[in-house]
Ligand binder design. Structure first.
Ligand SMILES: [Fe+2]
Length: 193
């Protein structure tokens, strides 16, 4: 994908965040310079990308529409291998980093992108040093924090994980697409279980 198109997706990502009425989100964004340098990445797909076909963006859901439009021009990745997880998990999980230490744009300060989980995925308790925000862009996924009970989360919710806090996610009959942000820790850290 041409850099101009990547930048358009980055702009839609930023516009989405700026409009979120959440002190945690606005604290993450405070002072962040969105004028990021592009990084040359090859296009890379993963099996989970197929689940985007079942995602129906709501009216005015510009970010999901932009992701669906550009999904085949991005460098999708997975943190884990078959040493960590079942084949089912690896076939139905992945992410794309739009900016950060590995993403389509360079930032050592904050990472941001999209997490994708297909239906019927159990992403067990894990934690990492970076502080994290998730904004589900689809409805009906289940989230647990601090090994507490699972709570259904929907598009429009804001989920904040302070540094080192354990968290887990589950999907049931539909896929999850979520925007994520990481800051305040190593941006390429592999989460611990
Ligand atoms: Fe996390």
């Amino acid at each position: 994908m041409a850099t101009m198109e990547h930048r358009a997706l980055l702009g839609t990502f930023r516009d989405h965040l700026v409009a979120v009425d959440s002190p945690d989100v606005q604290r993450f964004l405070a002072g962040f310079d969105w004028n990021l340098q592009p990084r040359e990445l090859v296009v890379e797909s993963i099996p989970a990308v197929q689940h985007l076909q079942s995602v129906k963006p709501g009216l005015g859901d510009d970010l999901v529409k932009a992701l669906l439009r550009h999904a085949n021009d991005l460098h999708w990745g997975r943190t884990y291998t078959s040493a960590d997880f079942s084949d089912h998990f690896l076939q139905n999980y992945g992410w794309v980093e739009l900016f950060g230490s590995r993403g389509h744009f360079v930032s050592g300060e904050m990472a941001g992108g999209f997490l994708l989980l297909g239906p019927g995925v159990d992403y067990p308790d894990h934690h990492h040093i970076a502080e994290e925000i998730y904004l589900p862009l689809t409805d009906g996924s289940l989230w647990s924090r601090d090994r507490g009970r699972f709570i259904a989360r929907n598009a429009g919710d804001v989920i904040h994980h302070p540094s080192g806090v354990s968290h887990a996610m589950k999907t049931t009959d539909r896929a999850l697409v979520a925007l994520y942000l990481w800051r305040g820790g190593p941006l390429s850290e592999k989460p611990k279980f």
